[in-house]
Design a protein around this ligand. Structure first.
Ligand code: SF4
Length: 766
């Protein structure tokens, strides 16, 4: 069984070995949800767990006395909540977590070697049920084998304490990690001696925080759900709510019914941007959809900044024609700086460049601008369509500029809304999961726990990968997630992980990061958010800055599971010699003790224990909601950025990575992408029909994709070409399959987010 003489693990595939399936295509959907959403939710729920367990999970999901959806970070209503306060995506996430028909237990790992598991697809991994006990992959072994919790903690501590420097360890966090676990984890890492705390936000929304903090003074959005009821116009940039944040569609529908105009800006005409058939309404179930967008701007990939500049130009021109009627001069005078200089710079940008880079005609842009200035209150939402470009921070700051022009921040029905993809990614950052927390946070942490936190900034995700690749980071610890598959440049990540002395994954289900490992590896299985954790509850923060409780309802799938806070405490206790007055045992048992310490360190958490138990929780302070912005006088600067078109050589396209509808981040629930009319296949690339004709590529023809970055090529082989309504020169394909194409060094300016939405590629017949 467990041990083999050779380290054949180096041979295992770091990429999903999926073979081409039996692709079936249909017309892309023109509306999201409807009865099909209910049917698919049921199908997924019953696939992996019993009916009783599935039903119980649904009854607790997103209820005030229940548990928070572990999928996206869209908020729940403050007031009345429906009995089924979740979407198809949430139902799939809970079905996946509640799985009790299969188990990845000792028998499973005895049967399957790491190499054999790596030869299976990501979707197959997802279907093997929950991890039920801690397992270790010893040096040179071919199979994982059981290990006790104490021995596992000792193994981690031995390896951490054997490092020459704490900075040789990396402590990664996935955005599903709850507040208490995140706070303890960063405390442990900093007491151990490093700020190497990369997180999944480094790969997605880092650009939003980096753009907002220096302008409006806080790296978070400024709206609440209530504002959606009051908005006169809503702009949605680079976001696909139908798949990624489906309950946002209810808010959009409600806004639309009140007369709000919705403008969608996206390279793909996603079903959820077009219309919504509410599955909790009889008409929705019958397929009668509410049209959502009044204007759809099918922008070129990486063309948003140009569009925004065009809208701003159109507004300033209108202001010249109707002085004082378009731009809010009182707001600009009182609440902003740098307007005149910004205006001068904007005047130098030509309409020709704007049209060329955005791929939109001037009159389309002027129409969008008119919708903007005719509304007294405007919300702009965005997601990864904006955050994963070299110029992402600038692009988002152009949205801020747009809002500053009419004072559309910090008033009812108006504001900025970065929509986060992972349920507690915002909360984790609030708790201190970051490589460069401000001095005030570190001071408070050190004072409360009587130690001197390290002050040198730590390694973010991209820098951590480089450090592992270069042999400078030797222990990799991941609190949740599927780091290998979520990261850019997968081959480099795999090489880095393989160089580590130890890799540790805290997980609920099997994934590829368990198979491409350090010389030794641990899988530490944790409770899911839906599962009962004795008499304890945990807390999370959603996309709109509301902190609330989450209390699991289901019986754990195994008695051997531990909660994330308990696992962190176990590792910390074993590793840190001098624990001072930090009682890890008590923290791991009683989360109220953790919350009491959070209250002392992080502003906004006063009276935490009482307030978080109020139904629905509480809002964190957000000065930007009161129009108090970044500079010393509380003003927001206008930001100046130049257009930077991506220079394409002949035959090159810009590729963006996207999710399918049967997918949440790297978790592959199924092989279909219902809204885009793709079934039974993930290895597809969406192309403009004219681009295909120019390259003599036929529909469904197998192609290879090559990315080009500073003279270096990366290849992803065997994708089926799908003619699709996408702007000329653009292409789209699913991640993680195409993450191999994203160069590690190609990152957004300032935020260092990988540029997964603007990969320069060529395609050739396979
Ligand atoms: S919108 Fe997001 S948080 Fe809400 S149920 Fe759906 S996946 Fe879960």
């Amino acid at each position: 069984m467990a041990t083999g003489a050779t380290d054949s693990r180096d041979e295992v595939s770091e990429v999903n070995p999926e073979e081409l399936g039996d692709l079936r295509l249909s017309e892309p959907a023109k509306a999201a949800a409807g009865f099909a959403a209910v049917r698919h939710s049921l199908k997924h729920a019953l696939r992996e767990s019993s009916f009783g367990r599935a039903a119980s999970s649904w009854l607790g999901l997103n209820q005030k006395d229940g548990f928070d959806c572990p999928s996206c970070a869209w908020p729940d209503p403050d007031g009345h909540r429906a009995k089924t306060e979740f979407c198809e995506n949430g139902a799939k996430a809970i079905a996946s977590e509640a799985a009790n028909k299969k188990r990845c237990d000792a028998n499973f790992f005895r049967r399957w070697s790491v190499a054999d598991l790596a030869a299976k697809s990501d979707h197959w991994h997802e279907l093997q049920g929950r991890l039920t006990e801690p397992v270790v992959l010893r040096k040179g072994a071919t199979h994982y084998e059981p290990i006790s919790w104490d021995s596992a903690f000792r193994l981690v501590s031995d390896e951490l304490n054997a490092l020459d420097s704490p900075d040789e360890a990396v402590f990664y966090t996935s955005g599903r990690t709850v507040n208490e676990a995140a706070f303890l984890y960063q405390l442990f890492a900093r007491m151990y001696g490093t700020n190497n705390l990369p997180d999944c936000s480094n790969m997605c929304h880092e650009s939003s925080g980096a753009a907002l903090k220096p302008t409006i003074g806080i790296g978070k959005g400024t709206v609440s759900l209530d504002d959606f009821e009051k908005a006169e116009a809503i702009f949605i940039f680079g976001q696909n709510p139908g798949t990624n944040h489906p309950r946002m569609l209810s808010s959009l529908q409600s806004a639309k019914r009140k007369g709000c105009r919705i403008v969608a800006v996206n390279p793909l005409r996603e079903a959820g941007l077009l219309a919504f058939a509410h599955p909790q309404e009889a008409r929705g179930l019958l397929g009668m959809a509410t049209p959502l967008t009044s204007h759809f701007l099918q922008v070129r990939i990486n063309g948003d900044m140009a569009l925004l500049k065009g809208m701003q130009k159109a507004m300033l021109t209108e202001e010249e024609n109707r002085p004082g009627e378009v731009v809010d001069h009182a707001f600009i005078e009182k609440r902003t700086t740098g307007f005149e200089e910004w205006k001068r710079e904007l005047a130098a940008v030509s309409w020709e460049d704007i049209e060329k880079q955005s791929g939109l005609a001037r009159d389309e842009i002027e129409t969008a601008a008119r919708v903007y200035w005719e509304a007294d209150s405007v919300i702009s939402c965005w997601a990864m369509g904006l955050t994963q470009h070299k110029t992402a921070v600038g692009g988002i700051q152009e949205i801020v500029n747009l809002h500053l022009l009419r004072g559309n921040v910090g008033k009812p029905g108006a504001g900025l809304c970065p929509v986060r993809g992972h349920s507690n990614v915002q909360g984790d950052r609030t708790m201190g999961i970051a490589t460069n927390m401000p001095p005030a946070f570190l001071d408070a942490l050190g004072k409360e726990f009587k130690f001197e936190p390290p002050r040198e900034p730590g390694l973010d995700t991209v820098a951590s990968i480089a450090a592992m690749r270069d042999g400078k980071a030797k222990v990799f610890f991941a609190l949740g997630g599927n780091f290998l598959s979520a990261s850019p440049d997968v081959e480099v990540v795999a090489a880095g992980l393989r160089r580590c002395r130890l890799s540790v994954q805290v997980s609920t289900k099997l994934n590829r990061s368990h198979l491409v490992t350090g010389k030794q590896a641990l899988i530490l299985p944790c409770l899911g958010r839906s599962e009962v954790d004795r008499d304890q509850f945990v807390t999370v923060e959603n996309s709109m800055g509301i902190v609330h409780s989450s209390r699991g309802k289901l019986a754990p799938v195994s008695d051997a599971l531990r909660s994330e806070p308990a696992i962190v405490c176990g590792v910390a206790k074993a590793t840190l010699e001098a624990n001072g007055d930090t009682s890890w045992d008590d923290f791991g048992k009683n989360y109220a003790l953790v919350r009491a310490r959070i209250e002392k360190v992080i502003p906004g958490f006063e009276d935490f224990e009482r307030r978080v138990q109020e139904p629905g929780g509480f809002y964190l302070p957000n000065p930007a909601k009161n129009q108090v912005f970044a500079d010393a006088e509380g003003k927001a600067p206008f930001s100046i950025h130049s257009l930077e078109p991506i220079a394409l050589e002949k035959g090159q396209l810009i590729l963006m990575t996207i999710r399918s509808h049967d997918q949440f981040n790297t978790t592959i629930y199924g092989m279909d992408d219902r809204y885009r009319g793709v079934r039974n296949e993930r290895r597809v690339i969406f192309l403009n029909p004219e681009d295909m004709a120019e390259r003599e590529i036929a529909a469904e023809q197998p192609v290879d994709v090559t990315s080009h970055w500073q003279g270096k090529k990366r290849r992803a082989q065997l994708f089926l070409a799908i003619p699709y309504e996408i702007p000329r020169g653009c292409a789209a394909a699913y991640f993680p399959e195409t993450n191999v194409l994203v160069p590690l060094e190609s990152t957004a300016r300032v935020s260092k987010t990988p540029t997964s939405k603007s990969i320069v590629v060529t395609i050739e017949a396979a």
